[in-house]
Design a protein around this ligand. Structure first.
Ligand code: UD1
Ligand code: CA
Length: 453
């Protein structure tokens, strides 16, 4: 039978060093709150229930932690008395009785399900505690893992460590797996007789051993265990996340010329053989299908780009932009809540918002859908194979039929039937010889100014 597992996620920190009006675990990494990344990893590790230990912004943190696949129950830690005390804030959850209890921190968002699974797998019949460690050349500040004959004998906090112990470079990430049947008994034995006067979760290692149990450590990559205390570390975590996501996309068949200049979101989906040129920013909610090309300096969010479509350079796709196969959105175009039909072209300097553009239509340079009257938004519908001349304003609500033509520079306020030609501009007048008359008049004004009074 599958082992049941409770995850206890510690997120009751004050976030003082973030200097922020909100808890640090709400700060986004790749467009998603840090805590949601942790919950994603937890969910992938086969965890059925999660106890979230919260302090400030409790409701918002709990909301942000609700990702698919895990039920989340918040527990308030009233006073910040240390990590051992924090875990016990979730006493009620632990009491329900699980085979495994996983401890994770809300501010370690690069954590993966694989690492949590490895910790769970190392929890065997005679092992009560599995600590996730990492090797680092900058161990200062971390608890050190003291190992003998393959067993973890203690975790020593920096402040309590001897000079020799401080030389150890295998460190405690803070994350661990505990035998769920023994967890409460072990946690209740943690005291606060140490340099900081805190209840150290780390004491659980020596306690388990004193009770006849065994503790071991498993290793995880240092980058994955990076924690966030301030905004400089937040930026490092963002960089590491981006590097990992870009790498995975390239391995999966997406081309990037300068991957270090491409920014992705947590939910970005890109198909095989798509090409992402340099300096592209992809916000949340974007799907790019196979073979699409996103040219340089484009910005996309909430958009769908179908197979073989091209975007940019310098294009902006806003939420609800939906580009059908082989359509083109070119330079300095903005598309918002609009469908661009198969093979349709919106190539230059255009705004298309709240609109439908039929397959094969051509939208000339400088076309604007005037979708907003200052109070309401209105729709523009353009049929198939229509041609909108350059610098036209389509004042919504308005419909342009299939195969219709709109003359350049038109302001279109009435519907245009299919196959019609619409002009919405003053008719051109030509006055022969008038140019030299105008020039002579202007010159006379200039000469009059020069004459002495
Ligand atoms: C802790 C570990 C240390 C480890 C390090 C890794 C202990 C005693 N030490 O030290 O061995 O190397 O993490 O980063 O566990 N928290 C609460 N309530 C509390 C205290 C902490 O929710 O009362 C949360 C914090 O929000 C944070 C996490 O627990 O997410 C770790 O707390 P922190 O005070 O940063 O622990 P460290 O001293 O860094
Ligand atoms: Ca810390």
């Amino acid at each position: 039978m599958e082992r049941t597992c409770l995850a206890v996620i510690l997120a009751a920190g004050e976030s003082t060093r973030m200097k922020s009006s909100m808890s640090k675990v709400l700060h986004p990494v790749a467009g998603r709150p840090m805590i949601a990344h942790v919950m994603q990893a937890v969910s992938g590790a086969g965890v059925s229930a999660a106890a979230l230990v919260v302090g400030r912004d409790a409701d918002k943190v709990a909301d942000a932690a609700r990702v698919a696949g895990v039920s989340v129950e918040p527990y308030l830690q009233k006073e910040r008395l240390g990590t051992g005390n924090a875990v016990l804030a979730a006493r009620e959850a632990i009491e329900k009785g699980f085979d495994d209890v996983l401890i994770a921190y809300g501010d370690v968002p690069l954590l993966t399900a694989e690492t949590l699974n490895r910790a769970r797998q190392a929890l065997t019949d005679n092992v009560d505690v599995v600590v996730i460690g990492f090797h680092t050349d900058k161990p200062t500040g971390y608890g050190r893992l003291l190992v003998q004959d393959g067993e973890l004998v203690a975790i020593r906090e920096e402040k309590d460590a001897s000079d020799d112990e401080r030389k150890v470079t295998w460190c405690n990430s803070g994350l661990m797996a505990i035998n769920g049947r023994r967890a409460l008994d072990l946690l209740d034995r943690i005291g606060n007789n140490n340099a900081k006067g805190e209840y150290y979760l780390t004491d659980i290692v020596e306690i388990a051993r004193a009770q006849g149990g065994k503790a071991v450590a498993v290793d995880a990559p240092e980058t994955e265990m990076t924690g966030c205390n301030n905004r400089a570390e937040l930026a490092i975590i963002e960089r590491l996340w981006q590097e990992r996501a870009r790498h995975q996309l390239m391995i999966d068949g997406v081309s990037m010329i300068a991957p270090e200049t491409v920014f992705l979101s947590w939910d970005t989906k890109i198909g095989q053989d798509a090409l992402i040129e340099p300096n592209v920013v992809i916000g949340p909610g974007v799907t790019i299908e196979s073979g699409a090309i996103i040219h340089a300096f484009s910005h996309l969010e909430g958009a769908h780009v179908s197979a073989g479509a091209t975007v940019g350079p310098y294009a902006r796709l806003r939420p609800g932009a939906n580009l059908a196969a082989k359509s083109k959105v070119g330079n300095f175009c903005e598309i918002k809540k609009a469908e661009i039909g198969e093979g349709a072209k919106v190539n230059h300097l255009t705004y298309i918002g709240d609109a439908f553009v039929g397959a094969g239509s051509n939208i000339g340079a400088g076309t604007i859908t005037c979708n907003y009257d200052g109070i309401n938004k209105h729709e523009t519908r353009i049929g198939k194979n229509a041609f909108i001349g350059s610098n036209s304003a389509l004042v919504a609500p308005v419909t342009i039929g299939d195969d219709a033509y709109v003359a350049s520079g038109s302001v279109i306020t009435d519907d245009v039937p299919g196959d019609a030609l619409a002009f919405g501009r003053a008719r051109q007048e030509v006055k022969e010889g008038r140019a030299s008359v105008l020039r002579a008049r202007a010159q006379a004004i200039k000469d009059a100014k020069k004459k002495p009074a």
